[in-house]
Structures are given as C-alpha cells and as structure tokens.
Design a protein around this ligand. Sequence first.
Ligand code: NA7
Length: 539
Amino acid sequence: PASNAITILDALIIGSGFSGIYLLHKLRDELKLDAKIFEAESDIGGTWNNNRYPGARVDCPVPLYAYSSPKVWESWTWTELYPSQKEIKAYFDHVDGVWEIRKDCVFNSRVNEATFDECVARWTIRTTDGKVTMAKYLLVAVGFASKSYLPEWEGLDLFEGVVYHSAHWPKDAEVDVKGKKIAVIGTGSTGVQIFQEWAKVADEATIFQRTPNLCLPMRQEKLDADQQVKEKVDYVDYLAQCATTFAGLEYQVTPTNTFDAGEEEREAFWESLYQSGGFRFWQNNYQDFISNLEANQAAYSFWARKTRARIQDPKKQDLLAPLVPPHPFGAKRPSLEQDFYEQFNKPNVHIVDTESNPIVDVTPTGIATTDGKVHEVDIIAVATGFDAVTGGLLSLGLKDVNGVGLDERWKDGMSTYLGMAVSGFPNMFLPYSLQAPTAFANGPTLIELQGDWIASIITKMEKENIRSVTATPDAASAWNNEVNTIANMTLLPLAKSWYMGSNIPGKPVQSLNYVGGLPTYRERCAKALDEDFFGFAKA
Ligand code: NA7
C-alpha cells in the first residue's frame, strides 16, 4: 500500500503489556475482530520490557501473576515465586508462542493523536511516523508506569560517570559496579530493588532517601518444575478462588478490628503475617488497618521493631525505620525486600537523608545536597518513579468528540466511569488505568476482569448493531464520587505518593485508584452489562 494509505481496523489496542496482549487475544481470537496492537517500544511486555534495571522483579507471586488461561500455564513453569524481569520477559515470549501476539503488533509505533468522528463512528489514530489508522474501538492499554518522572536537577547531562533512570535502562547494559562508588536516588520499590543488588557488589554504596519505604520481607522461594506440574491439577480452582478476594491474592483482609484482639494475640498475628511474607502484613491485616490511624500506628510500631532489629547502627535505624511513622502504613506502597536492611550493616553502605538535605543538582563528579556536600560517585541509578497512572494516557493526544484534549478536560481533576470509559470519548476503553483497583489488585486478575468486560460490551454492541457507546456525565460523576468517598474513608490521602498523584509537582491530587476491592468492582462492572449499558449513552 502507498505510505499515505489509511489502515482500517475494528479495534486498535495501544500497548503490548499484560492488558494489551490479553485484549488482542480476546478481540482477535474470540470475537474475530480485525485488531492490532501499536507498541511504542520494539517488543512486547510493557512494563516488563521497559523496566530492565538491575534487580527488577515482581512482588506478586506466581502463578497468580500470570494469565489464568490453561493454554498458557499448562506449558510453562516458573523458577521463582517472585520472578525476575528476565523470567517475566521470557514468559511473554512463551505467551507469544501460544497466542501469536507479535504477528499483530506494530512496533516502534507511538500514538500522538486520536479523534472520534461521530458521523462515521470511528476513531482516527495518528502515530509519530505519520501513519493514519481508523478503528471502531480504541483500547488504551498503556499501563500505569509508561511515563517516567525525573525531577528538574541540573547537571545530569554533565555527569562524567554512568547515569540511568530505572525506566530507561539500556537494553543489555551490564553495569559493572565492582570496585565502584554507586548512588541510588529514590526508595520506591525500584530504588530498593536496585540498591539491594548493587550494595552487595559495589565498593561504596549510597542510597538517597527522602521517605523511608516500609518494606516487607518477600520470602522468595525457588520453585521446582515437577512440583508445579503436580500442582497444576488444582490451578483452575485455585486461580478462580483467588480472583474472588479483595486483591486477587491468596488471602483476604482479616474481618476483625485491631483492638478487638488483646496485645499478645495481636503480636502473634502480626508475627505470623510478617513471617509468611509478601504483602500479607498489608493486605491480610485487620480490617481497620488502612482506615483507623491508631490501629495503623500500632501495626507500624510492630513493623518498626522488627525492622530496627535487623539494622545495627542506631542512626540508620532512625532513618530506615523511624519510631514515628513517616506516613500511615500502606497509604504509600510498601515494597518487598529480601536482604535490603542487612546491606546497611556493612561499613561501606550509607544513607543520605534528602528530606533534611534535598538534592540540589548533579555535578560532573557526584550529587550535591543543600548542606553543601558533593557526594562523589561513579555510577548513579535514578529511581524517581513515574507520572503514574495518568501520565502515559495523557501523552497520546486523545481528543473528545468536540476536539478537546483529555489533558485539557482533566486539568482540574480526572473522572471516568468504572475506570474504563470517559464521557465524550465514545468506544474508548481503558484497561488497568485510573479509578479502577489497579494498584490494589494483582495485575493479571484485574486485567482479565476488565478485558472480559470490554470483550462483553463490544460483543453486545456488535450483536445489537450499536455504533457507539459513551459514558454519561452523570455516570462518570457518580463513579468519581464513589472512588473519592471510599478513598477518603482510608488513610491514603495522608501520604504523599503516586496513589494520590501527589508525587508529581502540580498534578491534581485525588485517588487514582478505586480502593473498594475487586468483588465490589466486579459487581459495578456487571451492572453496566446486565442493565442494558447502564451508565452509557448509545448511538
Ligand atoms: P516510586 O514508588 O514513585 O518511588 C520514587 C522514589 O523517588 C521515592 O522514594 C521518592 O521519594 C523519590 N524521589 C522522587 N523525587 C525526588 C526528589 N526530587 N528528591 C529525592 N527523592 C525523590 O517509583 P518506583 O519506580 O520505585 O515504583 C513505582 C511503582 O512501580 C511501584 O510502586 C510498583 O507498583 C511498581 P518520596 O517517597 O516521594 O519522598
């Protein structure tokens, strides 16, 4: 075809991470639609293709952190309970082998404008290479971590050593830190993971911490292939059962309150959660843990005691696990660690407190802080996170039916219906995005719930010859209220974090997640299907 020819599709999916791949499989293989993925990068995997920094791994366990389709899991085994980025990347190759994903992906294809023409009820999508595509359905599957965040520090480009942002780690870059002085800036899950690796090898290792991360023990396990093969007999039931829980994990929030239990019972319970590892201390804790400050602080004190006991230097104890909570536990995402805290017991491992002495800029030889010091280093990993959840979505040039950009529409606050539809944007669906349980659920569980729902709504539209559906402003406003009301019942607004958009200067502060849990969310989504497109206007 001529280079200016318009490609016509039924459905265009943006992004080839967990959600984009699932949607391609559903829409193409089950609904028999002509569907394609546009992927800005050169391969599938989304977050797991982009985040290849040292130590990168998932902190939800397998086989939950995977597709539930037997066709995919019956021919795959994992080597670790919490697999590394490399293993997850290999898993995507396997998924491609089963579902033939790559053949319908257009790589290095970055969307920069999409408009909906009501006369023909089609989206027109433009990419930076000048190509034009028309599609009835637009599925924006860019995940919550596709736009990185780098604070405005001067001098990064003049740094004479090696410096990478965690989200832009060069492919196959083996950074050898042996004999080097390294710095990691940031203590989110990324910073913790990089530091945990590098502090074992580097000559001198320094973490630049503004806020301590209330890390929980991962309790990593090696997995045996034969054992997994035996366990697969129960996978269908096991995965279905986990999908009914609040977060799509193996356990539920404990349905009693903290102070209903006596001190001894409480301590024993917390000890068991802490010892079992993973997110249990966060997601399996007493039900008032995330809503009652006093209960939360009691749990925090337990955590601080456990953590401080692992750190020898009292000054480091006070920075990494202070006696006074820096924020309510779980109101900011805790990370999983293996031996992060033990690293600080070595004389060559240091912390710089950037809360007291913020970073001013980067010099050719190191990192300058407001106390006048320049911390001389050879290698810097910048782990300052993302303009999470909405950053990627807002960089696509999406326009509503009146030609108004989504960024303009949302400049004072964001609003969706069910976290999947936006009023004024017909036939556009957003899996794994804002105002859904995104950060509070096992990713693949939510992605399958939403992917199935999107496939059902499209099936219904096709069957009933409906040209377009748009979320009504009333439905969006009601959903917005529900999202915010639930978030305000929790301690979430008390922490400065990407959950609330407050990690990015100038970003509207509001809950970016629906924190009502998967079961209620599933009910709300079902209502829209069961009650004749409840919340949508049809055309
Ligand atoms: P996060 O969790 O947003 O962490 C970013 C870190 O960078 C965090 O510790 C920030 O400190 C720190 N940061 C950001 N800006 C600055 C400045 N200006 N000075 C000093 N420190 C700064 O990102 P991650 O990549 O670790 O993880 C993102 C999610 O991906 C994670 O939650 C998982 O769900 C997967 P702060 O805490 O704001 O004080």
